[in-house]
Design a protein around this ligand. Structure first.
Ligand SMILES: Cc1ncc(C[n+]2csc(CCOP(=O)(O)OP(=O)(O)O)c2C)c(N)n1
Ligand SMILES: [Mg+2]
Length: 584
């Protein structure tokens, strides 16, 4: 591999640009169109992690981005490789997660002429990314990656796409030879014209490619809210009697700032609800953090700061906040700050930074002991109710999910990271489990995509080597990613997957049966998921009875600590814990 500005080939130029950005891993599923990128990435010390589905590769890149704040990267082959990523791309876009997808493509001279896996890829991808770039010259490959990685991070973060036709990725001599062979040796006028055309095409492809500048990552300044919005928000919060802060994923766009953000929230002294990537920001127990009855708290509050949280269905399109309250929306996105409801103060910029600035300005002036203790009492009352539900344990034949998550919450270590993928099972988990610290909980986000789990776990494990990684899977959701146990084994990813086996797509069945009196399409078997994991060379443990839970959790932790991936197949009892909850 050449160094400096001379590259072995275009694929190496792409790899060098990734290397210049400190990209530690490239997630992929191979294909002839992208081989030079994979080989060059490996040669440059980037870990190439090959998966069993392109969607997994993109979900993994997304998870890396969310946990580190810097874009994750995936490379997929042309055509079906790319179309397989669309759901994962959309999920990342709606979660505002910055990732780079590199796509292979048919040779530039053959596009639109019936080449293998040649489709018009840009219109498929463009609606789901901030930038969809088709590279046309070898010399533009590195700059395209640099530009894309910059665009992914700036403003509202999100996915970007760079399409690299295969004839830009191999070395010049091979490509010229290939074009010369394609042109043949005929002497007729059309033959000679074709030769001339392909020769000129190759000249254009390689123009300037011997002298490409070294890639330099772009500086991406963090968008800061205006001084005026800061002043107005500070004034409103200090006058408020019952202020409330809701912090969402976007406030953690700068993942490395999680600790200063947590300190700032403590200093503000205002009760707070955490959602999405902000869960766990304040650790397991913090006097200001409330977990339950958010809707009631929002209705009572006279001044609400929504930090990186839009007024979408999760806040009943803004109706959870009372009309007369002062609404402060801190958001990188103008559209999200105003979604469904005009805020009193729109602080357009990074929400995490805004909270830090507010804390610096307000300090801990704003103590409202009565307001805080009223919320705290309600929170504790709800915890007691949940305990009562958990104690129903033993009443059924199998395992009560509420009790299971109480047990898991006690058993999981301080470095635990939870990935959630499923319906009722993971909704129950999100209610009960307490993430240990910042960035210790990953769920799909607002797109509600089933099937993120295996890819998220893979990305999380690379972003946090050595963490205790729990993948909480509905039995339905697990079906999308079980084959990735093969990936976990090959790459030594010691995940502990817990399949909540209720033999059904329960979140859907619950409402469907009640409203329409038919469970069609919602029933699964009590399958032996632990045997599937074993088939891929991982550990599998079946848990059918409540009495087996603590031993199984202990054993799973031990196995994972020794580097083995594990799947716990937990047979669940039916409960009415999630009764009545539905989101549309
Ligand atoms: C890709 C995708 N397909 C379908 C759905 C609709 N959906 C939401 S929850 C759910 C049931 C999930 O079942 P499971 O993972 O077994 O969890 P459970 O509710 O049974 O605990 C379904 C099918 C979805 N959100 N995403
Ligand atoms: Mg299920």
């Amino acid at each position: 591999m050449k160094s400096g500005t001379g590259y072995a080939h275009g694929g190496d130029q792409v790899a060098a640009a990734l290397q210049a950005h400190g990209v530690p891993a490239l997630f992929t599923l191979c294909g002839g169109h992208i081989s030079p990128i994979l080989v060059a990435a490996k040669a440059r010390g980037i870990r190439v992690v090959d998966t069993r589905d392109e969607a997994t590769a993109v979900f993994a890149a997304d998870a890396m981005a969310r946990l580190t704040g810097t874009p994750g990267v995936a490379a997929v082959t042309a055509g079906p490789g790319l179309t397989n990523t669309i759901t994962a791309l959309k999920n990342a876009q709606l979660a505002q997660s910055p990732l780079l997808l590199i796509g292979g493509a048919a040779p530039s001279a053959l596009q639109g002429r019936g080449a293998l896996q040649d489709i018009d890829q840009r219109p498929l991808v463009a609606p789901h990314v901030k930038l969809a770039k088709r590279v046309r010259r070898v010399a533009d490959l590195g700059p395209a990656v640099v530009e894309a990685l910059g665009v992914a991070r700036e403003g509202v973060p999100g996915p970007v796409f760079v399409e690299c036709p295969v004839d830009l990725l191999y070395d010049e001599a091979s490509i010229r030879k290939w074009y010369a062979e394609a042109a043949g040796k005929g002497t007729s006028v059309p033959d000679r014209l074709l030769r001339w055309y392909l020769n000129r095409h190759a000249d254009r492809l390689f123009a300037g490619s011997g002298n490409v500048p070294a890639p330099v990552p772009r500086d991406v300044p963090v968008a800061a809210a205006s001084a005026r919005s800061l002043e107005r928000a500070a004034a409103a919060l200090s006058l408020a009697e019952r202020p409330l802060v809701v912090i969402g994923s976007q406030a953690l766009a700068q993942a490395i700032n999680a600790a200063p953000l947590a300190a700032a929230v403590s200093r503000l002294g205002i009760p707070v609800y955490l959602s999405g990537m902000a869960r766990g920001l304040l650790g397991r127990d913090h006097r200001l953090q409330m977990r339950h009855a958010r809707r009631n708290a929002l209705r009572e509050s006279d001044c609400v700061l929504l930090a990186g949280v839009p007024c979408d269905f999760r806040l009943d399109y803004g109706r959870h906040v009372r009309r007369s309250a002062t609404l402060i929306a801190a958001n990188r996105s103008t559209k999200e700050a105003r979604l469904n409801r005009a805020p009193t103060v729109a602080a357009l910029g990074d929400a995490g930074q805004f909270i830090e600035q507010l804390a610096a300005q307000l300090g801990d002036r704003a103590q409202r002991p009565q307001w805080i203790s009223a919320l705290r009492e309600r929170d504790q009352a709800r915890e007691a109710e949940i305990d009562a539900q958990a104690n129903v344990q033993g009443a059924g034949e199998h395992v009560n999910p509420v009790a299971f998550f109480r047990d898991l919450d006690r058993a999981a270590g301080e470095a635990a990271l939870f990935v959630a993928d499923g319906g009722d099972f993971v909704a129950t988990a999100s209610y009960i489990l307490r993430p240990r610290g910042p960035l210790a909980w990953l769920d799909p986000g607002v797109f509600g995509t089933l099937g993120v789990g295996a890819g998220f776990a893979l990305g999380a494990s690379l972003a946090r080597p050595g963490c205790e990684l729990w993948l909480l899977w509905g039995d339905g959701a697990s079906g999308y990613g079980l084959a990735e146990f093969d990936t976990f084994v090959r790459h030594g990813i010691p995940v502990i997957a817990v399949v909540g086996n209720d033999a059904g797509w329960t979140q859907i069945a619950r409402e469907q049966v009640k409203m329409l009196h038919d469970d069609v399409g919602t029933v699964l078997a009590r399958s032996a998921y632990h045997d599937v994991a074993r088939g891929f060379g991982a550990e599998g443990i079946e848990v059918r009875r409540a009495g087996e839970v603590s031993d199984a959790l202990r054993r799973a932790r031990e196995l994972a600590a020794s580097g083995r991936p594990v799947l716990l197949n937990v047979w669940l009892d039916r409960t009415d814990f999630r009764e009545g909850s539905i989101s549309m």
